[in-house]
Ligand binder design. Structure first.
Ligand code: GLA
Length: 395
């Protein structure tokens, strides 16, 4: 039985009715870390791990959410939605409900069943997957057409304001717009994006250090605040500056004295990382892998030394990966402080890579890693429906 049918069966058992099932994927970022909230460039792909949401409209104003992963239900109403979360798993679906309501959508009460297989706390955006699938489901259940970029922005708002994590737009955007077999090169200022086919011989191999990152714990928000602090300090030297996106490496080095040593290193990471994203996108555009190695290595080093978001386990995982055969490049991926690395591995060498990295990491660190050989997948979609005559409601 596939996941959607399984979910329909569970939905029926819990709520007694048919439902529509929506899916939204997690993501892996290939390069461009912490550049999104600096209005820069990122290059993520949606992956085969997803969150599924079954939904059926109710005739009252209640929202009942059930999480299969947490085996717990939570009940509220549209009128009782506060502007702030309470630190529970339901902050993600209810945060999105809140953001949609704030944006002026007329929405309906609903029974909602949530199940996901994106590993939690691994930096693969389980939160974006739950936000986007819930948002897609709530809009559709009320008869609204879904504009994917608007949905991504509202999910980001939910996470920024309701959950309290000041993330950029990357995760929600690629969960909405992802395309099978492709990465997206996103301009996080204009929100324009290019769809880039991944080189045919390359597999995306994700190595989970099994060290859970805790983005909410503050370091992420501290990095973002440091970037924002640097912008006005550079504004005399770069009058057109709106964000670190507007600064070149040359301008930065010429004006190093305007910044503290730490702020300079934070800026150097962002500015150089934007340049690396452009270069990797160019390689993919030409179907090339030559040069990937150096760009991935430089990205990892920059995150380790300048942005200081790596950790011992991530460094070990990257170091072990770079010693294997058939590797085109390796670096940590996502917010940092734990989670996963992303590795470009030749299709023929991927199984051997998986075996060897697993054994070597376990003997070095004492944890058995999960290693996933991934394909780039499709963004959010309706997967199945048994609900009849969904009402049409206009905004
Ligand atoms: C998290 C955030 C993203 C992005 C990455 C780092 O995943 O949600 O917006 O900033 O970290 O690149």
């Amino acid at each position: 039985m596939n996941k959607a049918h399984e979910l329909l069966t569970s939905f029926k058992a819990r709520f007694g009715t048919g439902a529509s099932v929506y899916r939204a994927p997690g993501r892996v970022n290939l390069i461009g870390e912490h550049t999104d909230y600096n209005e820069g460039f990122v290059l993520p792909a949606a992956i085969g791990f997803s969150c599924w949401v079954g939904i059926a409209p109710r005739s009252d104003r209640k929202l009942i959410v059930y999480s299969e992963n947490f085996r717990e239900a939570h009940e509220t109403t549209w009128d009782a939605l506060a502007a702030r979360g309470s630190g529970h798993w339901w902050d993600y679906p209810l945060g999105v409900a809140w953001a949609l309501q704030e944006a002026g959508y007329r929405l309906r009460g609903a029974d909602i069943y949530i199940a996901g297989d994106v590993p939690l706390g691994a930096g693969l955006s389980s939160s974006a997957a739950i936000e986007v699938s819930t948002g897609y489901a709530l809009l559709s259940a009320a008869g609204h057409a879904v504009d994917r970029t608007t949905l991504a922005l509202l999910c980001q708002r939910a996470e920024n304001e309701f959950v309290g994590m000041r993330c950029g737009i990357m995760d929600q955007f690629v969960s909405c717009h992802g395309q099978a077999g492709h990465a997206l090169m996103i301009d996080c200022r204009s929100l324009e994006y290019r769809v880039l086919r991944l080189p045919a011989q390359v597999r995306l191999v994700i190595c989970n250090t099994m060290v859970k990152h805790k983005l909410q714990a503050g370091e992420y928000n501290v990095r973002r605040a440091e970037c924002e602090e640097a912008v006005p300090k550079l504004s005399n030297a770069v009058p057109t500056i709106r964000s670190l996106r507007d600064v070149s490496l040359e301008q930065l080095s010429q004006n190093q004295s305007l910044l503290s040593e730490t702020l300079f290193r934070r800026c150097r990471h962002i500015v150089s990382e934007n340049e690396r994203v452009r270069q990797v996108a160019e390689l993919f555009e030409q179907g090339k892998t030559q040069g990937l190695w150096e760009l991935m290595a430089a990205s990892h080093q920059s995150m380790r030394d300048d942005y200081e978001i790596s950790c011992r386990e991530l460094d070990a995982m990257v170091e072990i990966a770079t010693r294997q055969r058939g590797v085109y490049g390796a670096r940590m991926t996502g917010g940092g402080f734990g989670g996963c690395t992303i590795n470009f591995v030749d299709v023929e060498h991927a199984p051997e890579f998986q075996r060897r990295v697993s054994a070597e990491y376990e003997s070095a660190i004492g944890l058995r890693p999960d290693i996933y050989i991934c394909e780039a997948s499709q963004g959010a979609e309706l997967v199945e429906t048994t609900a009849e005559n969904l009402p049409k409601v206009t905004r």
